[in-house]
Design a protein around this ligand. Structure first.
Ligand SMILES: [Zn+2]
Length: 76
């Protein structure tokens, strides 16, 4: 299979509900692990964007590979 650009393994990202900006939760995971979690599973993560601790549903997170983040960082 070819053509997939989704990261299979990488950093679990979330969107800060206060600032609307993406941030790295500090967790590393893969698509299989993420998909195997119950939809209500959540974690607490300290947000580098606003400095608060958010309770976040894993279902709202997504995985980003480091390569993609480097590319985004260059655009910024
Ligand atoms: Zn935040």
């Amino acid at each position: 299979m070819t053509g997939s650009i989704l990261a299979d393994f990488g950093d679990l990202m979330f969107r800060c509900p206060k600032t609307g900006q993406d941030f790295d939760s500090g967790f590393r995971t893969d698509q299989q692990d993420l998909a195997s979690l119950p939809s209500a599973a959540h974690l607490r993560a300290r947000c580098p964007r606003c400095g608060e601790t958010h309770e976040l549903k894993f279902a709202e997170g997504w995985i980003e590979a480091r390569e993609r983040r480097f590319r985004l960082a260059r655009i910024d």
